[in-house]
Design a protein around this ligand. Sequence first.
Ligand code: ADP
Length: 326
Amino acid sequence: MTAAFLPPRPVEGPDDLDIVAIGEAMVEFNQQPGNISVSSAYVQGFGGDTSNMVIAASRQGARTAYVSRIGDDAFGGLLQDLWRREGVDASAVAVVPGAQTGAYFVTHGPGGHAFSYARRHSAATGLTAADIPDSLLARTRMLHASGISLAISSSAANATLSAMERAADVGVMVCFDPNVRPSLWPMPMARALVGAAARLCDLFLPGVDDLRLLAGVSTPEEGLAWCRAQGVKTTVLKDGPRRVWIDHDGHVTSVPAFAVQVVDASGAGDCFDGALEARLAVGDTLTDAVSYAAAAAALSATGLGAVAPVPAEEAVRAFLAERGAA
Ligand code: ADP
């Protein structure tokens, strides 16, 4: 695994984007730690796995664009400001009059944290294949999608699978993170659609928990065997604070995670995906890109929220040097 996973970015060419991501973004309200009374204060942040991912990629220097639908409400405006600040091209995000942008609340109690969603019938559930035109796919080297878009509505599922099929047809590298959420859909449906998406992608990015839910497997080895049985070509399997497993070209290797003082690891997988794809875009080997992504994701778990603690490239480089892994 010494060659670049993706051929290096050409100096000139029609592709002016490295990564286009498609999915649903949301506004987050996170209960302040230590204050669980009725009058708790909530800190406003941002979420939505694919939006988190594309911001993480942008912070590593990748040229990114996002495709989604938002409402013409204040939350949609906050997201547009966020993407502008983060250098993510959001010109393909449709603003739907009268529709609502999704939101969620994170509450903290004695049993850990809990997510409460206000996303049913959100603007993003109306995503269609026309929202991601062939002309946009022609400009990018990678497409990133997630299982959440397959779960929120049949229209969004169709848009996502159509984009993946069309991207693969024109040689765009397709990356897919199943991000299985049992509250969004029944498991037989999740298994069928995630299986279809896994077969379509060049790089499958599950976590061990996703494979436990989808396939009932309990070890990374069993999980990788399930992925191979689905017809997946390359899998990078995330196993939290333990290791990251790589199954590529019939070889299985693994890279250790970095030990850090964790504050909130809930968006670590999204940061991992964004950092990994940003590094692949500049010609890293799969192993080097995974090590870099593990460092970025570990750093992102040292702060509260899914977006605010995502490190930029200089911070990741400094951390790798400090750990003797540069
Ligand atoms: P997901 O968020 O998709 O379920 P993980 O929880 O496995 O995925 O986290 C994604 C990546 O983030 C891991 O592969 C690892 O590199 C990093 N990570 C997650 N939790 C920790 C942690 N507690 N300490 C260090 N790194 C972590």
